[in-house]
Design a protein around this ligand. Sequence first.
Ligand code: ZN
Length: 269
Amino acid sequence: MRYIEPHGHMVSRVTDDYVKMATAGCAAVCEPAFWAGFDRSSADGFYDYFCQLTEHEPKRAAKFGLKHFCWLCINPKESEDTKLAEDVINIIPQFIDRPGVLGIGEIGLNKNSKNEIKVLEWHVDLAARHNQLILVHTPHLEDKLKGTRLIMDVLKNDRRIKPERCIIDHVEEHTVKLVLDTGMWAGMTLYPETKCTPARAIDILETYGNERIWMNSACDWGVSDPLAVPKTALEMKRRGHLASAIDRVVNQNPRRFLGQCPKFKLPAA
Ligand SMILES: [Zn+2]
């Protein structure tokens, strides 16, 4: 098996995880900027985090034969403080042209507040000005549908944004069609306890097809499984999916979407 992990928070993981992922056939891991599990106290904390994402983590991944890419932003969980968000957004341009940076993400909404929407609009403007791909985090549980609609509106209202250059992550049964109908891409997050289980993700694929959709583990500092993608690929095989259909979801689709950024280069597969 060969696959891409399009969403993993590797700064939170140990080296054993890299070994397991490489052994399972992972060719590259992409790391969106994320909440650290606690609020950072200043923009300087983000400066150091962006250095970690663009300098240190690619070197650590390379030791295990994995290519590492990243996305930059201030996470919606920290967007309530708009002064901090403005300061962080202002330092992103100095990192944006670094070799492994794929775009702006994971931006989006957490509690669907006014300040979060304002900061989301700033990020979308930043992406448009620098011609960047966009990766979006959608809120959880009962706020997901409303939050997904609000995010779609912000993206659609900015005429500079091309839908095929945006991926909306953490979709579930009630939001996936809404996303795909706009021409954007959809990501399914495979979590052991919340979000999508492998069985639910495969049900979604069987219902909505595999044209513009990928799967990720979103492994981070919480309960999560860095091998969720290859394990779900095995479950697809057990349910009778063809090898070519599995390869499309776990390998070719991430390459197609991410390949829109010229910096995403991997050996052919
Ligand atoms: Zn994430």
